[in-house]
Design a protein around this ligand. Structure first.
Ligand code: SF4
Length: 487
């Protein structure tokens, strides 16, 4: 998938707490955010804590556009949190850029949130009725205001009281006057992990190691700053890191784990390990299973970069089809081509992908992609492959058809624009102009994730999902209640 035809990740979060007061946290957060840039490209921000005061800088654009070396140096302090955003709730504007900072009589806090609250409107109304003002349309500001309202009870109580109120998906970082706090929703829908930093002391200081802690959406960001992965934050867990200790507690009753399956198919970076599962290996396995489910006689298998590539390698292994690099992606086409109109979207796809003619000419080609949302990318790819001389074009998709919207932090089109919701696989194949089309089954996807099969009961909404993964956009069965079907 590409551009506006893609599902978009909502956000990435990254936080550091250094045990050494002289160690600046903001530069580490800056590098961490670079490696989470794939999770959000609309805005970026960092809030840093120094002498019990929080300073924040944020802006629209990529991390490298928002920050300069000079502006990072100005963000002083041993603890900091950062955020990259793609808007799902609230418009794409500077008011909605994160972290959100609240300064009040008892102190100040900053919050960075990945996910979507399903009851934000109700909580917002209650807060407004009690005199709390809002500066943005983002659901994440609800969290800041709830914590601030309860802050006099202490951060631990303020957090648990806030979390009892909010529903939906969240991987949350909170920076207080003295601590870095992380929390993950009771189903663990969005990822969050803990890392450790062991860095040499500054020149001129005794030769000792100072220790710091990292909280990050993905383990690739811990690697990026030279940290060591410690563990995933558990669903329903709060972790509080301050100068004295690392404290962890569970705030929710045991609820079924329902990690977003799409993180493994598409959103996460392939060099990340989420909830103990290597993303690259899961993608290769999905390709192998896709090959076992729907092999077709072909001369070449190619993957749509980036996430289709590991699955194409797996498909090639499972079917004995030669793997090749047939599609090249321009790495420099990004936000510029998020075009609102269908005609513009179709042009944008041809700018983003091109075919290596010598690789595909005269061949029967299997193309592996991660998903089909509106169909724009696949249609265009079939067309450019045929123009380049491919004799046959067979499309294989390593996720089941996306038929339902996501309510948990992923930007999905309205249900009426999801092409798999409107068409059978055969109709879709004809509309894309492909020789054949097949999707991995839900069972195949779960097998690629080493998961138990999903419980029976299709058509039930809000079921408790015991397979360990959220499959809502494929099955319409969500792990927690969702607002009425407004798509
Ligand atoms: S509905 Fe789909 S995209 Fe949303 S959390 Fe569930 S699996 Fe992920």
């Amino acid at each position: 998938m590409s551009g506006a035809d893609a599902l978009h990740e909502a956000c990435g979060v990254f936080g550091v707490f250094s045990a050494n007061e002289d160690r600046e946290a903001a530069p580490l957060v800056y590098y961490g955010l670079f490696s989470l840039q794939h999770r959000g490209q609309e805005s970026a921000g960092i809030a840093a804590l120094r002498d019990k005061s929080i300073e924040c800088r944020k802006g629209m654009g990529l991390v490298g556009e928002v920050f300069t070396p000079e502006s990072i140096v100005q963000l002083r302090g041993q603890a900091a949190i950062g955020h990259v955003r793609y808007s799902t709730s609230g418009s794409s504007s500077i008011e909605n850029a994160q972290p959100f900072v609240s300064r009040f009589k008892l102190g100040s806090i900053a919050v960075a949130h990945n996910g979507t609250l399903t009851n934000a409107d109700v909580v917002r109304e209650l807060l407004e009725d009690s005199g709390v003002g809002f500066t943005s349309s983002s659901d994440s500001e609800v969290i800041v205001n709830l914590i601030a309202k309860n802050y006099k009870k202490g951060i631990e109580r303020a957090l648990t009281d806030t979390i009892k109120f909010i529903k939906g998906s969240y991987a949350l970082l909170v920076l207080t006057d003295e601590a870095l706090v992380g929390a993950r929703d009771p189903n663990g829908i969005r990822p969050l992990c803990l890392g450790k930093l062991s860095l040499p002391g500054k020149p001129g200081k005794p030769d000792w190691l100072d220790t710091g802690w990292i909280l990050a959406s993905e383990s690739c960001a811990i690697d990026a700053v030279g940290g060591e992965f410690v563990r995933d934050i558990e669903p329903g867990e709060v972790i509080i890191i301050n100068k004295e200790q690392v404290l962890s507690f569970t705030f929710s009753e045991k609820t079924p784990r329902a990690v977003c399956a799409f993180e493994y198919v598409y959103f996460a970076r392939p060099d990340s390990v989420l909830d103990g599962l290597d993303v690259y290996a899961a993608r290769v396995r999905a390709g192998e299973l896709l090959g076992r489910e729907s092999a077709v006689a072909a001369d070449l298998v190619i993957g749509v970069p980036d996430s289709g590539v590991p699955a194409a390698i797996g498909y090639g292994r499972a079917t004995g089809t030669a793997y090749g690099l047939g599609i090249v992606k321009s790495k420099y086409v990004g936000r510029t081509f998020i075009a609102p109109e269908q005609a513009d979207r179709e042009r944008a796809v041809s700018v983003k992908h091109n075919v290596i003619r010598s690789e595909v000419e005269g061949k029967r080609v299997v193309v592996i992609d991660d998903s089909i949302v509106r169909g724009t990318t696949s249609r265009r790819l079939v067309s450019i492959l045929r123009k380049a001389g491919a004799r046959e074009v067979h499309i294989r998709i390593c996720s089941p058809p996306v038929r339902f919207p996501c309510y948990f932090g992923i930007d999905t089109p309205h249900r009426k624009d999801l092409i798999s919701n409107l068409n059978s696989v055969d109709e879709l194949c004809a509309s894309l102009g492909a020789d054949s089309l097949a999707f991995i089954s839900v069972e195949g996807l779960l097998e690629s994730l080493n998961a138990a099969p999903a419980p029976a009961g299709k058509g039930r909404k809000n079921n408790s999902n015991s397979c360990g993964y959220c499959l809502g956009c494929f099955t319409g069965e969500y792990p927690i209640p969702v607002p009425g079907e407004d798509h």
